[in-house]
Design a protein around this ligand. Structure first.
Ligand SMILES: Cc1cc2nc3c(=O)[nH]c(=O)nc-3n(C[C@H](O)[C@H](O)[C@H](O)COP(=O)(O)OP(=O)(O)OC[C@H]3O[C@@H](n4cnc5c(N)ncnc54)[C@H](O)[C@@H]3O)c2cc1C
Length: 375
């Protein structure tokens, strides 16, 4: 694509959820898209994701919801269990794709990545691995993008979809602070217990645990560890430490605990959030997904925002005469929704820290209902 110049050409930085979705939506609208991904071609390993109604609805618009439902585990309820192991609340999430399809889907990350990646390539996006963006200049109606391999593109659109630690954001001079919330989150892949047909969340005396089905045979256990510093544990310590933290919970958590066996299936990450304070765009460049707004995982909606961003970006660019005007319309449509989600996730993280779960449930419920409104 070195020769490609100008009109309806885009460089997207990052082949994650936001970048791949934006690539598909733009390529379907006639754009020539190149993705610069710093990582290797292999799909990301690790735990799974819960894709809530807004993600599924957006994937359906791309024709990909049924593929995710076929390979993941469709479900519609979140059961909250109190510190004594008794059911405290059951939230039925809105079925945004009609009564016949479930409200959400649990899916392994590599499976979602494979589905999004294959579609982006099928639509003509060129995905290059092991490269990043080194410099960016707005040059009249075009953006001059220098990649880390020394090659240069002059394109009509640059999209930074390079995640919470986005370097594109810095190159564009956009400021975002990352906040740590005194929590580490754990994920462990386990065989799905037969009773797990929806999400289960267990309040603990200090921490919060849960289970999300990913397929008929697989699920992931999660644990949010409260009141801790950011730290890294050696891999060999992950499974034993997670089992130890789960010891404090009664009831079904003990069954889940007994399923955690090897450390390769366990990951531990800090709860970080980020939000751009001002605009997300400069000239013909924009940042989307976690690069612009990274919620805490408590609302299980970061991927929903990332997928919606890709769709709405392509739609607004199509609707406007110039790319710059399309980007401004995109940012003004997305800012409030994304801010509300990030702020709600931060509020829930704070309530969890003080075990005020009964206050967190209605907050999450009303935010899910707000997110059910069209993007
Ligand atoms: C523990 C945890 C659990 C979560 N659970 C859920 C959940 O259940 N449901 C949900 O909806 N969301 C969940 N999220 C949030 C979700 O994972 C993110 O919101 C989503 O992945 C954001 O997509 P993205 O494409 O913006 O960023 P990413 O998925 O982070 O993708 C960014 C891509 O850019 C690449 N990249 C990074 N830097 C560069 C660079 N300089 N140059 C080129 N490429 C680069 C990366 O390699 C990556 O491929 C969770 C997050 C965490 C941390």
């Amino acid at each position: 694509m070195d020769s490609c110049r100008g009109a309806r050409t885009a460089v997207i930085v990052g082949a994650g959820v936001a970048g791949l979705t934006a690539a598909t939506a733009l390529a379907r609208g006639g754009w020539r898209v190149e993705i610069a991904e710093v990582g290797p071609p292999e799909a990301p390993s690790g735990w799974g994701l819960c894709l809530t109604g807004p993600s599924l609805r957006a994937l359906d618009e791309l024709g990909l919801a049924d593929a995710c439902l076929a390979e993941g585990y469709g479900m519609s309820t979140i059961t909250h269990v109190d510190v004594n192991g008794e059911p405290a609340d059951e939230v039925r999430l809105p079925r945004l794709m009609g009564a016949r399809r479930p409200a959400m889907v649990g899916i392994a990350r590599p499976v979602l990545h494979r589905i999004l990646y294959a579609e982006a390539e099928k639509c003509g996006a060129v995905i290059r691995h092991g490269v990043t963006v080194a410099a960016v200049d707005q040059d009249r109606e075009l953006v001059r993008v220098r990649l880390s391999d020394g090659t240069v593109r002059r394109v009509a659109l640059l999209v930074g979809a390079d995640g919470i630690r986005s370097s594109t954001r810095g190159l564009l001079g956009l400021e975002a602070s990352l906040d740590f919330h005194g929590q580490m989150v754990w994920r462990a892949l386990v065989p799905r217990p037969l009773w797990a047909t929806g999400i289960h969340q267990f309040a603990g005396k200090t921490d919060t645990a849960g289970l999300v089905p990913l397929s008929d045979s697989q699920a992931y256990v999660f644990l949010t560890e409260n009141g801790v510093e950011q730290s890294v544990l050696p891999d060999a310590e992950l499974a034993p430490r997670l089992r130890q933290l789960l010891e404090a919970f009664p009831g079904r958590v003990q069954e889940m605990r007994s399923l955690i066996s090897v450390s390769e299936s366990v990951v531990r990450r800090p709860v970080l959030t980020g939000l751009l304070e001002g605009t997300w765009s400069r000239g013909n460049s924009v940042v989307i997904g976690d690069a612009a707004h990274a919620p805490a995982p408590q609302m299980a909606s970061g991927a929903a925002l990332a997928i919606e961003d890709g769709l709405v970006l392509a739609r607004e660019i199509r609707r406007h005469e110039s790319v710059g005007a399309g980007l401004q319309a995109f940012v003004s449509r997305r800012t409030q929704r994304c801010r509300t989600l990030v702020e709600t996730s931060v509020a829930i993280a704070a309530l969890e820290q003080t075990q005020r779960h009964h206050e967190a449930y209605p907050l999450a419920d009303s935010c899910h209902r707000l997110m059910a409104e069209p993007a």
